[in-house]
Design a protein around this ligand. Structure first.
Ligand SMILES: Cc1cc2nc3c(=O)[nH]c(=O)nc-3n(C[C@H](O)[C@H](O)[C@H](O)COP(=O)(O)OP(=O)(O)OC[C@H]3O[C@@H](n4cnc5c(N)ncnc54)[C@H](O)[C@@H]3O)c2cc1C
Length: 432
């Protein structure tokens, strides 16, 4: 399928950003050469084999607002409705109480969800409405300042949310901030948080939908992407860690896209582009622990259809969310469901203590009978922390050298959508 006059492009890293860049480059007529250090693609978002059973390398949740990711799946011919299960936004506890967005008009749905929330009293509901208004005003002020001065202005999520009542902060702001940014609200960038909320609500209620993978992450996007690339003549090199940019077998005019994690990109560019490298190196990364737990639940949970449950978290009960997975139990019980209990920003937690505490949460909050541990995956550098006022490295590193990845300057935090968008954006920038 390749044409001899197609110009070559070299992409280092086959995570979701590298795969997105490779596919968009191929669509724009480049001949893709892709190098991946591991023997598999997908980076942080892929299937992972544990004890003879397949799980993901940490539980992932997608949103209806992930337009680039959905468009990429569409390009690959993936049947989206078969691989992703769509659920209206619900931020509810195991009893099904909390914020539940109905399928009504945009703001009507939001107001209805607030009014119907049984966990909140009148003061909480009013505080939620005034908080939403203040977010809108804050965003407007931010945009005006950016237009007038060209400078971005940032404060922490806690400060932006100071108007919200303690219950609204506990039920909504803290969990949303942890889920979206993997960073506690007193450290996290308000500008990034507001941007995510605006995007999520831009086409509400559909854009807020939870999209739950029905298959593992490799089957969802990674394998279809590799097959698509192979058919289009891309050269794929696995088990090939690039130690230095100078070792790439390329002609001087052929561009290179570094699509690795931030710390690997910092390492690869430290000698040639020290300023860019220092910015990438300066980002902090926080861990996420995913504990896959199986068991059977008696009513009421077995009658509660919510696939995402907000847990009452505390220091002793560290998991904030439970998400129903499509995985089978490795303990041989076909009736058991496998839940992923997620500890966002799991800094300071010891693995063994986490297992004991999270199993107790699965029993107490989810009502699982004698829950069993399927697998405990702690990804130490899961996502970069979008801290207040932090400057991220740009996509252009230097002449002929570009970067993409979930950490590269862009509107999104460290997410699948951030990675996929970055892969598209870098190829579009290359055209000019
Ligand atoms: C546990 C966990 C839970 C998450 N939950 C969510 C979620 O619910 N929703 C969501 O949207 N996002 C979530 N994320 C974030 C999401 O997974 C990442 O943002 C995304 O996968 C990053 O993709 P990437 O391509 O930028 O980087 P990576 O996935 O890190 O890919 C980089 C690739 O480059 C390769 N590489 C590195 N160095 C070299 C080298 N020198 N030579 C060749 N190859 C190299 C690596 O092996 C890797 O394959 C989660 C992440 C984790 C870890």
């Amino acid at each position: 399928m390749t044409h001899p006059i197609q110009p070559k492009i070299h992409i280092i890293g086959a995570g979701w950003a590298g795969l997105s860049a490779a596919i968009h480059a191929s669509l724009h007529g480049w001949q893709v050469v892709l190098y991946e250090a591991a023997h598999h693609a997908g980076g942080r978002a892929r299937a992972s084999e544990q004890y003879g059973q397949t799980y993901d390398n940490g539980q992932h949740l997608l949103l209806g607002a992930y337009t680039d990711t959905l468009a990429l799946l569409d390009t690959l011919g993936v049947p989206i409705d078969e691989v992703l299960e769509r659920h209206p936004l619900h931020l509810c506890d195991a009893r099904g109480q909390g914020l539940r967005l109905p399928r009504a008009g945009k703001w009507g749905a939001v107001v209805q969800a607030i009014v119907n929330n049984q966990r909140w009293n009148a003061r909480d509901r009013l505080s939620m409405l005034s908080w939403l208004t203040s977010l809108g005003l804050w965003r407007l002020a931010h945009q005006v300042l950016l237009t007038l001065t060209g400078k971005s202005w940032d404060v922490s999520v806690s400060k932006i949310c100071a108007l919200a009542s303690p219950r609204v902060r506990r039920d909504l702001v803290e969990p949303l901030c942890l889920a979206a940014l993997n960073t506690p609200s007193h450290e996290a960038s308000g500008a990034v948080f507001v941007r995510v909320l605006v995007d999520a609500f831009s086409n509400a209620p559909q854009s807020c939908d939870f999209l739950l993978p029905r298959v593992n992450l490799s089957r969802l996007l990674v394998t279809p992407a590799l097959e698509w690339l192979k058919v289009r003549g891309a050269s794929l090199h696995f088990g090939k860690r690039i130690q230095a940019l100078s070792e790439l077998p390329r002609l001087a005019h052929e561009p290179v896209i570094v699509a690795t994690s931030a710390w690997q990109a910092a390492h690869l560019t430290q000698d040639t582009h020290p300023d860019w490298s220092a910015r990438a190196q300066g980002l902090s990364h926080y861990p996420i622990a995913t504990l896959y737990v199986s068991g059977k639940a008696p009513p009421p949970l077995s009658h509660n259809p919510d696939p995402v449950v907000m847990l009452e978290s505390s220091v002793q009960a560290p998991a904030q969310f439970a998400i129903l997975t499509p995985f089978k139990s490795r303990h041989g019980d076909d009736q058991a469901t496998v839940w992923a209990l997620v500890v966002s920003d799991s800094r300071g937690h010891e693995r063994e203590a986490l297992i004991v505490q999270v199993l107790a949460q699965a029993e107490h909050d989810l009502g699982l009978n004698s829950p069993q541990l399927e697998s405990c995956i702690i990804e130490k550098r899961a996502t970069f922390a979008p801290l207040v006022g932090q400057a991220r490295p740009p996509m252009r590193v230097g002449p002929g050298l570009w970067a993409c990845g979930d950490y590269v300057d862009g509107p999104y935090p460290s997410t699948l959508e951030g990675a996929v968008r970055s892969g598209r954006a870098v190829v579009e920038a290359l055209k000019h």
